[in-house]
Design a protein around this ligand. Structure first.
Ligand code: SF4
Ligand code: SF4
Length: 385
């Protein structure tokens, strides 16, 4: 484990968090999760984004909407995903707009278009490529349901590094992953000069069709212990996750989620309550923060949350804990993650409220709005009946 960010950036983010903490602000965003489009050029199993009707997949957040989103929430960083962000025509302008506002930009891509588009971007201390890579060649090509994608992604990393870009990967760890193999993959990434790895366990969020491959909490904690054990408690590799989040993944911390720390703005609006569960959408960030019943959500409170340990729910919790307990974080940082001994008690699930039915009204509402504002689309639909 080492610092996920160069010291200047870490200091800037640290000052933001400490400032909020000192002012007693209870809920604040760390990273804006932006999905400016849902269209993708891959069709991974387990992806809950790409099975919307075409009219929704054709929607884009405009440059102006993307800038508004960060101005509204005030987060110091933005993670741009989708769908595939490189399919958005205005993406270079959007990235540049954020950098001009001194926001840290993480551009998440499956890398298929990176070679073609890379010269539309310039290296900057505020800009990072984050390549989607879920393991070695066999693991990744299987996860994305297409042969050859791993090779393209690895070449893209080498290209981005050779042009001076900060480059990391985001790696979702799925049920049944082999710890030894995953460790060998992390070693390989280290050897090609990658700047960092963001890990998160796979999780059966509501729209994912392939439920059985996602991890439950118990298996997750053991799997991460087994992985970190292969690399000196994780110290062998550079993770962009905070040390206490890794400690949480390995079952050494009892945390409740703080999903407002990574709020999601999509083509539907601001998603309530979190990146993973879409149980409603708000027009503004303020409305989302004020109208979400936060006490109704989280592990032990809601059935749909039972297995969740994902980074967009718990990284903020780990960060807040780091501010409160700097010694604990130093220990995790210096010694690595503890991979044996008893695990921290997990949250009681016996009183959680049952899952509510899937909400899809936002899709119908969005479709109606698209048809209203676009007579051509209306005619096309009328004609296709
Ligand atoms: S690359 Fe990402 S958005 Fe595209 S299909 Fe795969 S998981 Fe979904
Ligand atoms: S536990 Fe928190 S982050 Fe996870 S799905 Fe529930 S509300 Fe979202």
């Amino acid at each position: 484990m080492s610092m996920p960010l160069p010291i200047g950036q870490a200091a800037r983010l640290g000052a933001y968090v400490v400032g909020k903490h000192l002012r007693g602000v209870k809920r604040y965003p760390l990273v804006l999760m932006l999905e400016p489009l849902l269209r993708c050029n891959l069709a991974c199993k387990g992806c809950g984004k790409i099975d919307y009707p075409d009219e929704i997949l054709n929607q884009r957040l405009s440059y102006e909407q993307c800038m508004e989103a960060i101005d509204e929430c005030g987060a110091p960083a933005v993670s741009i995903a989708g769908g595939e962000p490189l399919l958005h025509r205005d993406m270079p302008k959007i990235v540049q707009g954020y950098i001009a506002k001194k926001k840290f930009v993480i551009l998440c891509t499956n890398a298929l278009l990176l070679k073609k588009k890379i010269d539309d971007y310039k290296p900057s201390p505020f800009f990072t490529w984050s390549i989607h890579l879920d393991g070695d060649q066999v693991m990744h090509d299987k996860a994305v349901c297409q042969d050859g994608v791993f090779e393209v992604a690895r070449d893209a990393i080498l290209l981005a590094k050779s042009k001076g870009f900060r480059t990391q990967i985001n790696c979702t760890v799925f049920d049944g992953a082999d710890p030894v193999r995953l460790a060998a993959f992390f070693d390989e990434m280290k050897a090609i000069g990658l700047d960092g790895i963001t890990i998160s366990p796979g999780y059966a969020y509501e729209r994912a069709p392939d439920q059985q491959h996602f991890l439950n909490r118990e298996k997750t904690r053991q799997l991460f212990r087994d992985v970190f054990k292969q690399g000196k408690g994780g110290k062998s590799w550079t993770f962009t996750n905070s040390p206490l989040f890794l400690d949480f993944l390995a079952g050494n911390q009892t945390y409740e989620c703080t999903p407002w720390s990574m709020p999601l703005r999509t083509v539907f609006g601001w998603q309530k309550p979190c990146y993973l569960l879409g149980e409603g959408y708000a027009k503004t960030f303020k409305e989302m923060m004020e109208e979400t019943d936060w006490d109704d959500y989280g592990v032990g409170k809601y059935e749909k949350c039972a297995d969740c340990m994902v980074h967009c729910g718990f990284e903020g919790t780990a960060t807040a804990d780091s501010i409160r307990h700097p010694l604990k974080v130093m220990k995790a940082f210096m010694k690595g993650v503890r991979t044996d001994g008893p695990m921290a008690p997990d949250i009681d699930l016996s009183k959680q409220r049952p899952a509510r039915e899937t909400f899809s009204t936002h899709v119908e509402r969005e479709l109606a709005a698209i048809r209203q504002s676009n007579p051509a689309a209306r005619k096309h639909i009328a004609g296709s009946k």
